[in-house]
Write a protein that binds this ligand. Structure first.
Ligand SMILES: *Cc1c(COP(=O)(O)O)cnc(C)c1O
Length: 221
């Protein structure tokens, strides 16, 4: 087995264990394999090991890697998970099955326009800056409910869930729990939270999608 296949097997096992510990149904947590900075060959290796769902944080990088892979693996699904500039909205809509980083009114408007132009409607997650960190993307906690309403009612966007990246320091669980509560209140089914270092905690708090990069593909250069 290659390192990537072995790493994937181990992560799937840990996801299954964490799901069982949380008394949640088997298979209720999906693994988004984050392949940013790793070549298409690494993604192909993961595909060969049965992985079908991938995450990339830069649209341009994803556009270079994924169209070729999709030709061979039509059931591949791609999530765009990184901060998105409005001038990349159209490329993101063309490429992604899910865009996880909707975080401001200007981007909501740009995505609505891009969806109309492209005739394609990827699902959207609203990213919340749960730690209120000034350098981080995401709508502030206090504005999240109003922003969700505007995305759905003013722009008619297909928002299906929430995403967050808690502060690197400290216990992520209060942040995960806060996001889960907002999702429940708003009737949103998808909760993307948890990365290599904290995905088990995220599963305990209700994550439906965990985004794992380095624990599968190795450290980023
Ligand atoms: C890179 C990245 C990840 C994966 O991080 P790892 O620590 O490598 O698992 C998850 N989510 C987002 C938004 C990322 O940019």
């Amino acid at each position: 087995m290659s390192d990537i296949a072995a790493n994937l097997a181990r992560i799937r096992e840990r996801i299954a264990e964490a799901t069982a510990r949380a008394n949640r149904p088997a298979g209720s947590v999906q693994l988004v394999a984050v392949s940013k900075t790793h070549p298409a060959a690494a993604v192909a290796e993961a595909l060969g090991a049965g992985q079908r769902l991938f995450g990339e944080n830069r649209v341009q990088e994803a556009a270079g890697k994924f169209p070729g892979l999709r030709a061979d693996w039509p059931e591949l699904r791609l999530h765009v998970i990184g901060a998105l500039q409005t001038n990349k909205a159209r490329d993101a809509v063309r490429l992604a099955d899910v865009i996880e980083s909707l975080d401001r009114p200007k981007l909501a408007a740009a995505l609505a326009q891009a969806m109309q132009a492209e005739g394609r409607r990827p699902e959207l997650l609203v990213q919340v800056n749960v730690g209120e960190e000034p350098q981080k993307a995401g709508i502030p906690r206090a504005e999240a409910a109003d922003f969700l309403r505007a995305c759905r009612e003013e722009h008619g966007l297909p928002v299906t869930g929430l995403m967050c990246i808690p502060p690197a320091e400290g216990d992520p669980r209060p942040h995960f729990a806060w996001l889960a509560e907002l999702a429940a209140k708003r009737g949103l089914a998808v909760l993307s939270m948890g990365m290599s270092a904290d995905f088990e905690a995220a599963i305990a708090c209700g994550a439906t999608h965990v985004r794992v990069g380095s624990a599968i593909f190795g450290a980023r250069g």
